[in-house]
Design a protein around this ligand. Structure first.
Ligand code: HMG
Ligand code: MG
Length: 298
């Protein structure tokens, strides 16, 4: 018996790598994405067309996007903050982009160098242009359960930002616990508040594991009816504009959770664990996914 399908949005090649100080060769990123493509994932966030002065690791995004082996049944979205990023994405033939807003003014300023309302002026232009070209648009909201600069974030403010992204035409909105401070009951409360404005089928959750709460939060989110979960192979990641933000929840751990609960994700735990172990070695890091580690040492 199955409880149904949960879509995993793999963000390792983007959210995972953007914070790595050592610049990886484009070929390594391409290999990472190709390996992920072979593990059964349906969505792999491949790159980020942001300013290379702001995020040097993403400077090779066009080269990476162009060279990955794209499978017809996999989406490879890329982050785009402004029209310049959209131009670059269009030139590469990108089919899906993601715009990224914040629920806190200070974070918006640190991450995008502008206020929330100014960021929406950019997103509005970007989204309109993209949709006209048949490019789909996903939306992110950062700091949904707390901000590194402002602390408490009001769930109703998050809900308003989500609604604005939906009104622009984002087909899915990902709730980002950027600094990983959320706990399960707070996550449930947030999802209940936001889903009064945006249908729960259009929401995704994006947890960072800073305080080790990500899997518990995902369980809570699933129980609320969330069916789209962002995660990062080997738990890579962190945000350059959120000090102390550790990695995203590991895809391997999410797959193990879903398998255990009786949800389907289509992702092969052994394959993803091999990739997680491989990329951790390349980054000279201990392999931090417990489920992945246990899976490959069996
Ligand atoms: P700015 O400095 O205000 O922009 O940055 P600007 O328009 O003044 O441009 C500055 C320079 O950047 C110029 O170059 C532009 O051409 C160039 P110069 O003339 O000095 O040589 N530039 C670009 N280059 C390439 N691609 C572009 C682009 N735009 C401008 N798209 C800007 C504003 C938005 C560009 C900057 O703040 C930026 O790139 N921010 C991105 C930061 C980022 O990537 N953060 C991480 C992603 S968000 C995240 O991780 C959270 C998430 O995972 C969810 C969660 O966990 O919460 C999504
Ligand atoms: Mg993130």
């Amino acid at each position: 018996e199955t409880l149904g399908f949960v879509k995993i949005v793999e963000v390792g090649p983007r959210d995972g790598l953007q914070n790595e100080k050592t610049l990886l060769d484009a070929e390594v990123k391409v290999e990472l994405i190709n390996r992920l493509s072979d593990s059964g994932l349906g969505v792999i966030e491949a790159a980020s067309f942001v300013s290379p002065k702001w995020v040097p690791q993403m400077a090779s995004s066009a080269q990476v996007y162009t060279n990955i082996k794209k499978k017809h049944n996999i989406n490879y979205p890329v982050l785009v903050p402004n029209e310049k990023g959209l131009e670059a994405a269009i030139n590469c033939g990108v089919k899906e982009i993601a715009v990224f807003a914040a629920a806190s003014e200070s974070f918006s300023n640190k991450n995008l160098n502008c206020s929330i309302s100014k960021s929406f002026e950019n997103f509005s232009l970007v989204t309109m242009k993209a949709l006209k070209l048949g490019i789909t648009v996903r939306g992110y909201v950062s700091c949904v359960l707390g901000c590194p600069y402002e602390g408490y974030v009001d769930p109703s403010v998050v809900a308003d930002v989500c609604l604005k992204l939906q009104d622009l035409g984002c087909y899915e909105i990902s709730l980002g616990d950027t600094i990983g401070v959320g706990t399960p009951e707070k996550s449930r409360h947030l999802i209940r508040t936001v889903s009064k404005k945006v249908p729960i089928t259009n929401l995704a959750v994006h947890f960072h594991d800073t305080y080790g709460q990500a899997i518990a939060n995902i369980y809570a989110a699933l129980m609320e009816g969330i069916r789209t979960v962002d995660s990062s192979v080997a738990g890579l990641g962190g945000c350059p504009y959120a000090k102390g933000a550790s990695g995203n929840v590991a895809t391997e751990d999410v797959v193990y959770l879903l398998n255990g609960l009786g949800f389907q994700s289509g992702v092969d735990l052994v394959e993803i664990a091999k990739t997680g172990s491989w990329i951790s070695k390349i980054l000279s890091k201990p392999y931090s996914s417990k489920a992945g580690q246990a899976t490959i040492s069996k």
